[in-house]
Design a binder for this molecule. Structure first.
Ligand SMILES: C[S@@+](CC[C@H](N)C(=O)[O-])C[C@H]1O[C@@H](n2cnc3c(N)ncnc32)[C@H](O)[C@@H]1O
Length: 459
């Protein structure tokens, strides 16, 4: 079917889910991506702009719902863009996420890939321990609003209660809505780039329920108003570990600017992983779901324990060196590399406080580190843990990791598409995939975290 033959309104059956969170329907090979549907639904849709081979569409009417539809537990689910899959039963969400990984892996043309069932999140409510709410204000009454954006827009949904985050965070945000106004602070107007409070960022500890609150400010003027607010949050609320002000006056979608000033308390929360206390700061990467994160750290630790005897381990894209620290007692040595200085500084503190002596820590770009390591150190790793950001690794970095590793590569990824691209390249270089284990880090969303073990001992 060509695009001009596709009617504007039609009835379709939803076949599967795409890795970008749309249901997929097909008419004679022409693909239609549909928002807010479940595979198995039969829906009447209105098709938007048509491209040569695909189009996007919105639901006009659900003719026959899939048997996997459930009532969402959050009353805001239909308007808020955060939990796209909450109207689908959790077991089926896991099946859809496994399908997403399988679909991405098709480019590998590998038969008999060992893709395992998705390991569920131990918590499917209250699991999200990093909250980043954009802020704005109402036009006339100047009330402060804070919440997530509606799907596909920058229209803010003022969220008073969010069941996927710890309950206490709702109290903190409500306190800020009211108290910011009392301190004379204006909410941000994104369109005109005016106003003061841009974002509220909260990191909540699953270990002790303490919170680090960061107020993101549009300029560094009127600082006293923000300091007042910060002190009131610290003194009038319970369970606050620290409050900071981050300065971000750029016209950007990035939430945090470069500079953060901690005004009260400490600039980190504590989290317990693999029996050790970690510190997580405002700008340090840490998984939003510490329960699944801990499962992944244990999984990698178990794998290393069963397959190596006192290995030399590379921990690249290390964040606060969580993988490295969790496997350090099994390893002869761990070498961790991370480009964000705040993360390596906190990793250094954690390593010192836990009395760990066998971790070398490098604060630098991983690609440059791999080059330097090849030229200077001349050592070969038994296991390389790669946990890059969503964009994955460059070919040059993968080539260098292959040269640096004599045993296994453990690739951890939050993006099945770039993971599959990088795996394809590694297979072309002779690696073999030993296992693919997805984990549900983000219940009720289409996101999925995957651990892949590759064998590179082909020489
Ligand atoms: C997905 S996170 C993984 C962090 C850590 N492994 C963990 O599990 O907490 C990716 C990390 O890579 C870091 N990063 C991004 N690009 C990098 C680069 N070019 N070189 C080194 N680190 C980088 C980010 O700052 C972030 O901490």
């Amino acid at each position: 079917m060509t695009k001009k033959d596709v009617p504007e309104v039609l009835t379709v059956g939803i076949e599967k889910y795409s890795n970008l969170g749309f249901g997929i329907a097909r008419i004679d090979g022409y693909v239609i991506f549909v928002e807010g549907v479940c595979p198995g639904d039969i829906v009447k849709i209105r098709v938007g702009k048509k491209n040569k081979n695909y189009a996007f569409a919105k639901v006009v009417e659900i003719i026959k719902p899939s048997s996997h539809r459930v009532e969402p537990f959050c009353p805001m689910q239909r308007v808020c863009g955060a939990c796209q899959l909450q109207f689908i039963d959790y077991d089926y969400q896991l099946k859809l996420k496994k399908d997403i990984v399988e679909d991405a892996m098709r480019i590998l043309n590998e038969l008999n890939l060992d893709i395992r069932d998705v390991i569920p999140s131990p918590m499917i409510r209250g699991y999200r321990h990093k909250i980043q709410y954009p802020v704005c204000e109402t036009k006339d009454s100047k009330r402060i609003l804070a919440g997530y954006y509606k799907i596909g827009s920058h229209d803010l949904v003022n969220i008073k209660y969010c069941p996927i985050q710890p309950e206490y965070c709702d109290n903190i945000i409500e306190f800020i809505r009211i108290t910011a106004r009392e301190c004379g602070i204006f909410g941000y107007d994104e369109n005109n780039h005016i106003g003061e409070l841009r974002h509220i960022v909260i990191r909540n500890s699953a270990y002790n329920n303490k919170n680090l609150v960061i107020l993101v400010m549009n300029s560094d003027k009127n600082l006293m108003k923000f300091k007042n607010l910060a002190h009131r949050i610290y003194t009038e609320l319970d369970n606050i570990q620290g409050v900071g002000i981050n300065f971000n006056s750029a016209k950007t979608n990035l939430i945090l600017g470069d500079k953060t000033e901690i005004v009260a308390g400490q600039g980190y929360i504590e989290e317990k992983l693999c029996g050790k206390i970690f510190k997580i700061g405002a700008k340090t990467f840490f998984q939003v779901n510490p329960y699944t994160a801990e499962n992944i750290f244990h999984y990698v630790r178990e794998y290393i324990s069963k397959n190596f005897d006192s290995p030399l381990v590379l921990d690249a894209y290390a964040g606060i060196a969580a993988f490295g620290i969790c496997v350090s007692d099994l390893a002869k040595k761990v070498v961790s590399v991370e480009e964000v200085k705040d993360s390596t500084d906190l990793a250094a503190e954690i390593i010192k406080e836990n009395g760990i002596k066998n971790i070398e820590l490098y604060n630098m770009d991983a690609a440059k580190f791999f080059e330097k390591e090849l030229k200077v150190a001349g050592r070969k790793y038994d296991a390389a843990i790669l946990d890059p950001p969503r964009k994955g690794c460059s070919k040059e970095s993968l080539d260098n990791v292959l040269k640096l590793t004599k045993g296994k590569i453990i690739y951890v990824s939050c993006n099945p598409a770039t993971l599959a691209r990088d795996l394809k390249y590694l297979l072309e270089q002779g690696c073999k995939i030993e296992l693919i284990q997805p984990f549900d880090m983000f219940p009720h969303t289409y996101h999925i975290e995957t651990v892949v073990v590759l064998n590179r001992s082909f020489e």
